[in-house]
Design a protein around this ligand. Structure first.
Ligand code: GLY
Length: 391
């Protein structure tokens, strides 16, 4: 029997027995930026797409993120495959943003100022120096600055910083504008968004389907599971393939009041600050293993505000506008889960700290997988089978 999925949806019309399946929609579970962007591209390719979202589209982790596209500043010593994926996604961001803005009419506020990683004492300078040396060895476009040079780049940094690294290729985007753009573009491309639709189960197979909490069955040509940290709650897919846990990140939103201003993303040892063009200053974020708890705590806010104040003392007088906690979806090895998880079921989750950065490459390569049945070399290292086989 031909595995319908393996031949890709675009190839299926030649097979009599799967023509009816081809009439069924691609069903995506989860309307965060990952699910929405995959849905948008597949709908643009002319296929029917239904996205089922347990809450309101894009109002989960995607809305609560900081929008940093910091492939270089966030490089990890032992995560070179994640770095390569991130770097390529960053390279694709400009074109992705301009296509999405054209398709939606929404400006994403893609900013080209670099990331400035700073150290405020000798210990953190030593740690930063090690990262910098690694970045140089890997050929990244980075520059070491002393405290005075860093102040010339960002005058509101603390005086007498111990050192800083400018990552020239890093960018940032307004993640909330990204959500709004994707919802608009998905709708304009003919996609169907069903909010407040909680999926309990995915049923893999030649004719896959999903089961909603009210008992409704939705038949699909292919199911794409992109429910972020909630993916693990959905039955029917091998547990390891969607084995993500929530990692809580508390964040606070300040308002930049002139003359105070920042233009670069600033990353310190205990906090980061992401200034947006509309005057919002996002300060984050804690990293807590607290399950699905999203309470904002005094300790959490204290930690990030103190960490931010140490490197940018001028935030002291800025008004607090909002605070929240988001849930990063982390797999057991902290690498994304991208690819086939069961017959006619694909997962795209586990983006952990890099969901906004990895949106273009995830959307494009998962769309290719759905349409052509091909797992590209970009996402092959992130196949969920690595965890299923290891378990
Ligand atoms: N990427 C930012 C964070 O995870 O807090």
């Amino acid at each position: 029997m031909v595995n319908a999925f393996d031949s890709g949806l675009a190839a299926r019309t030649n097979e009599d027995d799967v023509v009816t399946q081809h009439d069924k929609p691609v069903v995506i579970v989860g309307a965060g930026v990952i699910g929405l962007s995959i849905g948008w591209l597949i709908a643009e390719a002319g296929l029917r797409v239904v996205i089922l979202e347990r809450g309101v589209a894009g109002r989960g982790t995607s809305w609560l993120a900081a929008g940093m596209l910091a492939a270089d500043a966030e490089i990890g010593f032992e995560e070179m495959d994640v770095y390569r994926l991130s770097r390529e996604s960053l390279r694709r961001w400009s074109l992705f943003a301009s296509k999405l803005s054209d398709a939606s009419g929404v400006d994403l506020d893609l900013r080209t100022e670099e990331t400035l990683a700073v150290a405020d004492d000798p210990d953190s300078a030593e740690a930063l120096r090690r990262v910098y040396q690694f970045q140089v060895e890997e050929g990244l476009d980075v520059q070491w600055l002393d405290g005075q040079e860093a102040l010339e780049v960002e005058p509101f940094l603390a005086p007498r910083l111990a050192g800083a690294v400018l990552s020239r290729n890093d960018r940032q985007v307004d993640n909330r504008a990204l959500v709004n753009a994707l919802v608009e573009a998905f709708g304009r491309a003919g996609g169907e968004l069903r909010e407040k639709s909680v999926v309990d189960e995915v049923v893999p197979g030649r004719g896959p389907s999903v089961v909603l909490s009210d008992g409704e069955h939705v038949e699909a040509a292919v199911v794409v599971l992109a429910a972020g940290a909630w993916s693990q709650r959905i039955r029917g897919v091998p547990r390891e393939a969607v084995g993500v846990r929530p990692v809580k990140g508390q964040m606070v939103q300040l308002e930049m009041i002139p003359p105070f201003g920042l233009s670069h993303v600033i990353r310190g040892p205990h906090a980061y600050l992401a200034p947006k063009s509309d005057g919002r200053l996002l300060v984050g974020a804690t990293s807590e293993e607290m399950g699905f708890d999203t309470s904002v705590t005094a300790g959490g806010l204290y930690e990030i505000l103190e960490g931010a104040w140490e490197i940018v003392p001028g935030i002291y007088d800025l008004p607090i506008v909002d605070q929240w906690a988001g849930l990063r979806p982390a797999s057991t090895d902290h690498r994304p889960l991208l690819g086939k998880a069961a017959e006619n079921v694909i997962v795209a989750t586990g983006h952990y700290r890099h969901g906004i950065l990895l949106t273009p490459i995830t959307a494009e390569e998962i769309t290719k997988l759905v349409l052509e049945g091909e797992t590209s070399p970009w996402i092959a290292p992130f196949s969920p089978s690595r965890l299923v086989m290891d378990s």
